[in-house]
Write a protein that binds this ligand. Structure first.
Ligand SMILES: Cc1cc2nc3c(=O)[nH]c(=O)nc-3n(C[C@H](O)[C@H](O)[C@H](O)COP(=O)(O)O)c2cc1C
Length: 393
């Protein structure tokens, strides 16, 4: 599938060594100011830093073909393309490389563009980042902020899963966009690179300012959507929500997120009554809260990472994502040639020694898109919301 999203959707097209990568965003609301500099900033972050990222550097110049007029969205589908100008196809031959998608694409399609990994290349993630930037313009209206930073490289890992917003912001100014251990991470990647090898990594992703009530029940849960989107990114091998796999070692008495309080009038909150509840039709009441403001639940530990029952609780959303080492390494390995025979070969080309360095902004973008999609879906979650839109009640 080349599409993502339930109401707010995007579809992507293009291969690593094709003419261009593009994204088509559908159901994007009219009236949003489109900040080109912000889109470029995210695309720049995706390019990673100097020697620790692939030497393939593309200009990543965006060309908005539709959906924006006078710098503001029109409600029409938004189409953006980015040309590929720096592909080096001679580095690629008809061989199935270990840990790449070549063999499985052959098994499924037989005919596929293998140059630079073709459609399976992370070059496609340019489109995800553009979609995420457009999603951020929606989230900005609601003061929802998403971040992603490196938290482990190889065997070196930061403890815990909860980091503050200022820690993520500080990480953005670091070369590696890392939450800590920056020089150790750099050493680890440099060592792998010198040995013609690669190394795995983990990324911590978070969303601040998300109020309670985002996510769909049962088959489109917020955590399920996040896990599916993140596992859909190249080289991701595991996704943890909140305390993740550590919860499996706990007793309920420790793991349960004990409630501390509910707030809905924090200083930074937006003045939206989209979640206003008519107390007459609910078993519960807003007696101690302002029904015109969104709710934020506060718990002792937030082990569930801001999501319960597939719906946001108002706590910070925390996710940890684990990446395998970059498959392309410059050591001799067993591969399969075009006649399906095992051969020994050594790859050439330009590659990231650690994909985690460039993946942060892609995950951040996907999280933004999911939250914007669920925000829009909630506009018809209850009759009150529709009445608000059409009758101004
Ligand atoms: C941001 C990013 C950059 C990547 N760069 C490379 C690369 O330079 N070389 C490479 O072999 N794989 C790279 N990968 C990983 C491959 O695209 C991926 O492992 C491969 O397509 C197989 O898919 P799978 O690992 O999801 O099974 C990158 C992944 C991401 C997310």
């Amino acid at each position: 599938m080349n599409s993502f999203g339930t109401f707010l959707k995007f579809s992507t097209f293009g291969e690593s060594h094709g003419k261009a990568i593009g994204v088509l965003i559908d159901n994007y609301p009219a009236g949003i100011k489109i900040d080109i500099d912000y889109i470029n900033l995210l695309l720049k972050r995706r390019q990673g830093g100097g020697a620790l990222s692939t030497p393939r550097k593309e200009a990543d110049e965006i060309n908005i073909l539709s959906g924006v007029f006078n710098g503001v969205s029109t409600g029409a589908s938004i189409c953006v393309i980015v040309e590929n100008n720096n592909a080096r196809s001679k580095d690629y031959k008809e061989i199935f490389r270990p840990a790449h998608a070549d063999f499985s694409y052959f098994a499924k399609y037989e005919n596929f563009d293998y140059r630079g990994g073709g459609r399976s290349s992370a070059r496609e993630s340019v489109a995800r980042v553009i979609a995420g930037a457009f999603a951020d313009f929606i989230l900005k209206e609601f003061n929802i902020r998403t971040y992603a930073s490196l938290c482990a490289v190889g065997g070196i890992s930061l403890d815990g899963f909860k980091f503050s917003e200022s820690e993520y912001q500080k990480a953005l100014s670091e070369d590696l966009n890392a939450l800590g251990f920056v020089s150790m991470f750099i050493d680890e990647i440099t060592r792998a690179k010198k040995q013609h090898d690669s190394v795995g990594a983990s990324i911590s992703v978070a969303a601040f300012g998300v109020f309670a009530g985002l996510g769909e029940t049962l088959y489109d849960k917020l955590d399920a959507k996040i896990a599916s989107a993140f596992m859909g990114l190249n080289a991701v091998k595991a996704v943890e929500i909140g305390a993740g796999k550590d919860l499996a070692k706990m007793n309920g008495s420790v793991a349960n997120d004990e409630f501390l309080c509910v707030t809905n009038c924090e200083k930074k909150q937006i003045n939206s009554n989209i979640f206003k509840t008519n107390t007459q039709i609910s078993n519960f009441s807003y007696a101690n809260a302002n029904p015109k403001k969104p709710l934020f639940l506060h718990t002792k530990n937030n082990f569930s990472g801001g999501i319960m029952g597939g719906i946001s609780t108002g706590e910070t959303i925390y996710i940890k994502v684990h990446f395998k080492p970059t498959p392309s390494i410059f050591k001799e390995q067993s591969m399969i040639n075009k006649n399906l025979k095992i051969v020994k070969d050594t790859l050439v080309g330009r590659h990231d020694p650690c994909v985690g360095v460039r993946a942060c902004v892609i995950l951040k973008s996907m999280l933004s898109f999911i939250l914007a999609d669920f925000l829009m879906l909630n506009s018809c979650a209850k009759i009150e919301n529709l009445k608000k839109i059409y009758k101004g009640e």
